[in-house]
Design a protein around this ligand. Structure first.
Ligand SMILES: Nc1ncnc2c1ncn2[C@@H]1O[C@H](COP(=O)(O)OP(=O)(O)OP(=O)(O)O)[C@@H](O)[C@H]1O
Length: 450
């Protein structure tokens, strides 16, 4: 009787968890059922999905000679079968005649045959394919794993639809562009980036022409901030000067090592000894269109200088450890000359929900055409869903955790002591005292009680 009650209770708990908290359901219950289902049905599902090959001729001849039954078709050999936090991971050794594309084109069939939420595949090396299966919609309520890889300038910023962590890796993809319609989740994504960067040895530089509402609350972790186009221009030109100084530093390091036969010769800041290496700088630009708009001749000149500085930083900044992270609603030729040239350098692309196909094309048309359709299909009712692609043509659907401004401020304040002084940018260091509200001009004065 007690056994029956306990089983009944377990079933009720499992049903409620599956409905309300799929992530909690997965580890104790879902993973066991899914692993059993995959293990038992593997051969028949692979056969039904066209992922088997006929037996080799020598095996057929051997069976005929020994008068044994004809051997069955063979599915890819399982090299690794591992449950994960969000699903199952299968590493498969393909049979002769199969290629990774066969598996990729069968992922949807595998998904419903194995009763999983999603299946993606990627080629790990020639003839070896990894299948990542998710047991539930991991993007519905994003929970980042407690432990992520910790490498310099590699920030765990979101979760991918296959359950793996999406990193923004500045050393492999130096410059990024984040696009999306209003209310699509750009600020939350950027907040996650800043919160991730806050714990690294990096100088954060912000340009936020929305009167500073997004970046100024995080000022304690910023080495320089600008909240209007005039200051932004001065800040960007100071950054270009800083970049030239860093190049001079690399040149002088090269002069010392060039005649030493076995010494490595520095080509960028990461090749310099740690005690000589300048702090890398990430420049975050929020709502970039504000920098490109102009109404008068003087503003047009300012705009041209801003775009020129950004193009120079994008073209030459990587070796000097200067990385751009630009965010906006649209980023195309309508913003004027130099913009498409700048965009070509921003190869780490992320598109949140966009309003039309031309915005999706601005994000991916030139580097990952397959991602354009995926970006157009982002649902309007789930903010934060984005498509991330890079110049390899690959793309993935991602979503950042819902980090509030309060949480991001707390993280930045906690890491305020890491904020480096970059002498070239000293004039733009935010005065933290001025963050306190001076007055509330838009609120009505309280009636006097005197
Ligand atoms: N990853 C997410 N998970 C859950 N909710 C999110 C996520 N990203 C954004 N949201 C919600 O969507 C709304 C809009 O987000 P956000 O302010 O980041 O959009 P935005 O694109 O920056 O908008 P705008 O351009 O108008 O500033 C917010 O209410 C936010 O809480």
């Amino acid at each position: 009787m007690t056994g029956l009650l306990v089983s009944l209770l377990l079933v009720v708990v499992a049903v409620i968890l599956r409905w309300r908290r799929p992530a909690w359901y997965w580890m104790p219950f879902g993973v066991t059922f899914a692993a059993l289902r995959v293990a038992i049905r593997y051969a028949s599902v692979m056969d039904a999905c066209g992922l088997t090959v006929p037996p080799a001729r020598w095996r057929l001849s051997l069976a005929r000679m020994a008068n044994r039954p004809v051997p069955e078709s063979q599915a890819p050999r399982i090299l690794r079968f591992r449950p994960t936090r969000t699903g199952l991971l299968l590493r498969l050794k393909l049979r002769p005649g199969q290629d990774a594309f066969d598996v990729t084109s069968a992922t949807d069939r595998l998904r419903h045959s194995f009763g999983m939420y999603g299946v993606t595949s990627r080629e790990v090396r020639s003839g070896v394919v990894e299948l990542r299966m998710t047991g539930y919609d991991v993007l519905q309520r994003v929970q980042m794993p407690a432990e992520t890889d910790r490498e310099p300038m590699r920030i765990p910023v979101a979760l991918r639809e296959d359950g793996s962590v999406h990193y923004r890796d500045y050393r492999t993809v130096p410059h990024g562009l984040t696009l999306g319609a209003t209310e699509s989740g750009k600020s939350v994504y950027q907040r996650n980036l800043i919160a991730g960067l806050a714990a690294h040895d990096v100088a954060l530089v912000g340009i936020d022409c929305k009167q500073g509402v997004e970046l100024f609350p995080l000022a304690r972790r910023f080495s320089a901030l600008a909240d209007n186009p005039d200051t932004a221009l001065e800040l960007l030109e100071a950054l270009v000067q800083h970049m030239e100084d860093v190049y001079q530093l690399i040149r002088s390091a090269q002069r010392i090592t060039v005649d030493v036969p076995d010494a490595d010769i520095a080509a960028d800041i990461w090749d310099l000894p740690a005690d000589l290496r300048p702090t890398p700088v990430v420049v975050l630009v929020d709502e970039v269109a504000e920098l490109a708009l102009f109404a008068t001749k003087d503003e047009e000149k300012r705009r041209d200088r801003i775009v020129t500085a950004l193009v120079r930083l994008a073209q030459l900044g990587r070796a000097a450890g200067i990385y751009l992270e630009i965010c906006g609603q649209r980023f195309g030729s309508e913003l004027g000359k130099g913009i498409t040239m700048l965009r070509a350098q921003l190869t780490g692309r992320t598109a949140h929900r966009v309003n039309d196909e031309s915005s999706a094309n601005m994000a991916f048309g030139d580097i990952a055409p397959d991602a354009v359709l995926a970006a157009i299909q982002i649902p309007t009712d789930v903010p934060g869903i984005a498509v991330s692609g890079d110049s390899t043509g690959g793309w993935t659907r991602i979503r950042a955790p819902h980090t509030s401004l309060r949480q991001a401020v707390n993280i930045c304040n906690r890491h305020a002591d890491r904020t480096p002084d970059v002498p070239a940018l000293a004039a733009f260091r935010p005065a933290v005292a001025s963050l306190a509200p001076a007055a509330a001009p838009l609120t009505k004065a309280a009636p006097s009680t005197a």
